[in-house]
Design a binder for this molecule. Sequence first.
Ligand code: FES
Length: 156
Amino acid sequence: MTDSVEKIVSSYKSGRREDLIPILQKIQEAVGYIPEEAIVAIGNKLKISTTKIYGLATFYDQFRFFPQGKIHITICNGTTCYINGASDVIEAVREFVGTEPGDTSRDKLFSYEVTTCVGGCHSSPVILVNGEYHAPVTPESISEMLSKLRVVIENE
Ligand code: FES
């Protein structure tokens, strides 16, 4: 277990289930995501099954269970984006990154997730690249943008 996870979990009292969300928030803040080892440690500490922790944590959109790539892409698949071609956008990103949503590319440079409305419907389809809006996008414009970004981060 990483030091930060251990420190955070041990700073809470045993068996207090109401501490689950604050602990998860602190771990994500410190590590960037919620590793499996943290789920196990929290389960032991709070006396909650890991299945229940995953169930509760996935209910909140804010938690991630995988380390993000240097470039993290959020693809909106809300109703308006869906109507305006989000499926093709998702396919273009999947092809570029080479993984399923929620995974990180082998070189750890790219990761992506598909989400619901991100509040930019008027110019859909929308993606966010490291939190920055890009819209409207096309499969072609995304491939071009990500290829350029790859060159930039590989040369950093
Ligand atoms: S549905 Fe995609 S921004 Fe609203």
